[in-house]
Structure formats: C-alpha cells, structure tokens
Design a protein around this ligand. Structure first.
Ligand code: SF4
Length: 355
C-alpha cells in the first residue's frame, strides 16, 4: 500500500520513453504508452475514469502511484469583455494557481503558471508578493493545458509561459514541458506557437539558447531601461544587471531564430518619461527587438498608476519614430481582474488558518 504522505506522480511528468518504461514495469507491452498518451493529450483526460479503453488492470495499477491530473478545478471566470477565461486551480498539496485561456478568432492561447509564487519580487505583480513557495513540476504545468482543453471543449493552439512564476527559474521542468507540448505524440503545439517570458535570468537565457528550441519566441520583461529604477521594480535586477542581461541576449540572439520581444509596463512618471523612451529605443536597436507596451494594471496595495491614454499613444508614436516596432497590449480579460496572480493570492490567504 502507498504511504498516504507520498503525492502521486503526474503522468504528464513523463515523456514517451518514460511512459513506455512505466508500461513495461507494470507488465504491459510498451505500445500501451502511446495509447495512454492519446488519452492524456488528444483526449485531455483529467480523471482515471477517462482512460476508458485501456485494460482495466493497467489503469488500476497506474492509479496506484500516478495521477491522471494533479490539479483540481476550483473556479473559473469568463470575461464579458473578450471571452478570455481565468481558471483557478488547486494543487494536490493545497496551493492555488491561475491559468488563463485567451481566445481570438484564430488562436486559443493558454497562459501557463510555472511556480507557486515567485522569488523575483516584482513590485507591480501580485504573484511576487509572498515570495516563492515551490516550483511546479512538468506535469503540473502540462495539466493546466488539459484542464483548459477539457473545460473549453477545444484544442489549445498557442502557449505563453507568462503566468505566475519566472519560467527560467524553474528551468528543467519548463524545458521538459515545452518538449512534451511540442511532441507529435502529445499536444503537438509548434515551437513557433510557444512563447517564454523572462525578467532576465542570465544563466537560463544562455542555456535556453543551446536547447535546439530556436523557433520559440523569447520575451524579455524589460519594464525600465534604467538600472536603478529597474532594480526597484524588479529586485532580481540587482543579481543580473540590465547590462549583463542585454549582453546575454545579444550573444545568444542568432540561436533564437525569431525576433526578441521586449515587454514594457508603462507606469505613470516612472517608466513613461522621454529619457526612458530614448534608452529603450537604443536597447531595442542593439537587439533588433520589438516592443509590447503594457499599460499598468493596478494591483492592490501597490502605489503605481497607469499613464493617460494620450501619454500611452505618445510613447508608442515616439518609439515608432525611433524605428522600433511597437504594439500596445492590454491584459486579457480586464473585467475579470486579470492582473496576474490576484485571484490566487486572495485564495491562498483565505485558505490559511487565521492567526
Ligand atoms: S512579474 Fe513574473 S517574474 Fe515578476 S514577480 Fe510576477 S511572476 Fe515573478
């Protein structure tokens, strides 16, 4: 009998070779692994009962130590504004995380969380408020896609690693999840449809460039071109300075076949000044990068404010005049409080015993 304290291993933690070994170790032919993968990925199984055409003894043995899905669905909110859906999910050890489905005419994009909390501590972000509680496993990352697929009734076409957590701080699990999501026996989501966002973990950027995943898109969350202000906004900038990050991106640029995107949060009187615009344009020219401007989304207890619409338009026009391709992006589902991590933070706080 399994000790009660041991959590079940998510089946989506395992790649095809590991699923084959598992099948053989449970007395089944190795081809059962592909059948199992079909249920896990194409059919988005979330429960042992979903593995209906596998031999019953095999399904029962699997259920002993493994979880068909390691997450449970707590709630979801649908945006009336743009139909995006925010899911609140719970891990088997009682933590909460958010996953968002963003719908456009041709894409069904899932924004994935990679950690519970985050140690980068960005001042504008609810997820970083209480530090890092733990990494998510590869299976827990991929299980988010299964829930979205299952609930929304359609395949996921694009992935963005931009939810709670710094993906390159949970490197191994994130890379394995990308490889599995990309595999023809699993979700088969093309590399060109996968985006990884980082605040600038220099060793992770260098490692990622050598993974042979050159078609994925890399987003760098720059947010301020000024070392001192950026360090205030993103405390991890004191560990990896802006100069070092830009150098790492420049050195590895040819390995990423696609243009790097700069994510830039516009905060009134802090990152929207003319001097910011000039420095930002210079960095973008060095890296041949384009810019996504994100007008600041207010977070509870944080004092920053969003610039006026006129200021946002002027900043965009100024960058374009400097020769930098610039898009203004508003967070999906603003009416469902989409500022990353706020729903989850409220739930984590509620679930703790009162002091
Ligand atoms: S913005 Fe991203 S990296 Fe920064 S604290 Fe939030 S989750 Fe972490």
């Amino acid at each position: 009998m399994r000790p009660l304290s041991l959590p079940r291993v998510p089946l989506r933690d395992l790649d095809l070779g590991e699923l084959e070994k598992l099948a053989v170790s449970l007395g089944e032919p190795s081809y059962r692994a592909r059948q199992l993968a079909g249920w896990l990925y194409a059919n988005a199984a979330v429960d042992p009962a979903d593995l209906s055409n596998l031999p019953k003894p095999f399904a029962e043995k699997l259920a002993g130590n493994h979880a068909v899905n390691s997450l449970s669905l707590v709630s979801k909110i649908i945006s009336e504004h743009d139909r995006s859906i925010k899911y609140l999910l719970r891990t088997s050890d009682g933590h909460f995380l958010e996953t968002v489905l963003i719908l456009t005419r041709s894409r069904r994009t899932v924004c994935l969380s990679t950690q519970i909390g985050c140690k980068m501590g960005c001042r504008f972000c609810a997820s970083g408020k209480e530090g890092l509680l733990r990494h998510l496993s590869c299976g827990e990352i991929l299980d988010q896609i299964a829930w979205v697929q299952r609930d929304s009734g359609g395949p996921v076409t694009n992935l963005v690693y931009m939810g709670m957590g710094e993906p390159l701080d949970n490197y191994e699990a994130v890379i394995k999840s990308i490889r599995i999501a990309n595999a023809p026996w699993a979700y088969e989501i093309g590399q060109r449809r996968i985006t990884v966002s980082t605040v600038g973990v220099v060793p992770g950027i260098r490692r990622l460039a050598g993974e042979g995943l050159g078609q994925i898109k890399l987003c760098f969350s720059l947010h301020s071109p000024d070392q001192e202000i950026r360090s205030r906004l993103i405390p991890s900038n004191r560990k990896y300075s802006l100069d070092d990050i830009v150098k790492a991106l420049r050195e590895t640029r040819e390995k990423f076949k696609r243009r790097i995107t700069m994510e830039y949060i516009l905060i009134r009187d802090l990152t929207d000044r003319d001097s910011d615009l000039k420095k930002l344009a210079a960095i973008c020219r060095t890296l041949d990068a384009k810019v996504n401007l994100i007008p600041y989304n207010c977070v509870e207890d944080v004092e920053y404010r969003r610039p006026s619409p006129e200021k946002i338009a002027a900043f965009q026009n100024g960058l374009e005049r400097e020769g930098v391709r610039t898009t203004v992006r508003y967070s999906a589902g603003q009416d469902i409080s989409a500022a990353c991590g706020q729903l989850r933070l409220a739930e984590e706080r509620k679930s703790r015993p009162a002091k």
